[in-house]
Design a protein around this ligand. Structure first.
Ligand code: GLU
Length: 334
């Protein structure tokens, strides 16, 4: 029996990354990200053909450390075009793992769709012993092909796990279990293509997002400044001088920073620059008005968003408002 016309049609958008990486020497450590085309990657996993009918498109061929607004816009445009096609059931995006959480959260906010959108990467290059890319890609296609994946926002699949784009973070430099969702936990598990969802995501996304579909025009500059013992004010002042419309502080502990940095942030907020306090800890929630008087200073707390995700939301939010209270509301909703 030929079931080919019963398979869902998916669009596979490729951006590069280690999943498409080739080792540069036999020792397995050095490699070039994005060396293989998406057609090579799909051909390496013939079992995918039983899950879905794929049409593939190479959007970029970069290590995700080089991901930027230009590629995000191109990717969002190509993904939205595919999602708007009634014949396409979902989208899979291959991506480097370094900045996957930022791209995932960005797309989670700017794609107008209820269809599944799944980002997938790998920690080991395609030529490595026990490469993780082929199973990750197989599982990502299975997730995108499943009707039960619809309406959950953008998902990240790796290492037999399904993560919500809002929750996921890369937590380890090289190990295959790098992705964790520290606050709210996994979206689900996937075992050789079989899905088990644990629950829905709670924050607003995709079809319900006010930032979707992505508006034309550039995003404002938002810089991240990392706090530490002995931190001064200079880098915050430098960000403002460089034209930042927003500054995210990767604060110590509960989004704290030394007095000199706090003074620079207070001056920046007074000058109309949005200041968002996040945390460098990797988990937990930055609340308002604990050790810092956010109300008096006009700051915004990032709640659970890590600094790199807070930056994404702030860039989009600044297109709507520069008022601290309204920006804070966005951090409560998204
Ligand atoms: N720097 C590469 C990237 O993000 C390596 C990480 C990976 O893909 O696993 O594209």
């Amino acid at each position: 029996m030929n079931n080919s016309n019963l398979r869902p049609r998916l669009r596979l958008l490729a951006t590069g990354g280690t999943i498409a990486g080739a080792q540069t020497s036999g020792d397995g450590r050095g490699y070039t990200a994005g060396a293989f085309s998406i057609a090579d990657l799909v051909a390496a996993v013939p079992q995918i053909a039983a899950l879905a009918e794929l049409t593939v498109e190479q959007v970029a061929r970069i290590g995700s450390q080089d991901m930027n607004e230009g590629v995000w816009r191109q990717l969002a445009g190509r993904a939205q075009a595919a999602l708007d096609d009634p014949g396409i059931a979902g989208v899979v995006i291959t991506h480097g793992t370094d900045t996957m959480e930022e791209t995932g959260y960005f797309l989670n906010l700017v794609l107008k769709t209820a269809k599944p959108v799944v980002l997938v990467g790998a920690m080991r290059p395609a030529t490595a012993i026990s490469a993780d890319g082929p199973m990750n890609l197989y599982n990502a296609v299975a997730v995108a092909a499943a009707p039960e994946s619809a309406g959950r926002g953008v998902l990240v699949v790796a290492n037999d796990e399904i993560h919500f784009a809002r929750e996921v973070a890369k937590t380890n430099t090289t190990q295959v279990g790098t992705f964790k969702s520290p606050n709210r936990g996994l979206a689900g598990l996937i075992h050789s293509g079989r899905l088990h969802y644990f629950g829905p995501t709670v924050r607003r996304h995709t079809a319900a997002s006010e930032f979707a579909p992505l508006a034309a025009g550039g995003l404002p500059r938002v810089d991240i400044v990392y706090a530490h013992a002995g931190m001064g004010r200079e880098l915050i002042d430098a960000a403002v001088s460089a034209g930042a419309r927003g500054v995210v502080i990767a604060g110590v502990g509960d989004g704290n920073m030394p007095a000199a940095a706090l003074a620079a942030c207070t001056a920046a907020a007074r000058a109309g620059v949005a200041v968002v306090r996040s945390s460098r800890t990797g988990g937990g929630l930055v609340e308002r008005n604990i050790e810092v008087d956010d109300d008096a200073a006009g700051f915004v707390s990032a709640e659970e968003l890590n600094p790199q995700k807070a930056r994404v939301l702030l860039m989009l939010g600044l297109g709507r408002t520069r008022e601290a209270g309204a920006l804070q509301e966005l951090f409560r909703v998204y």
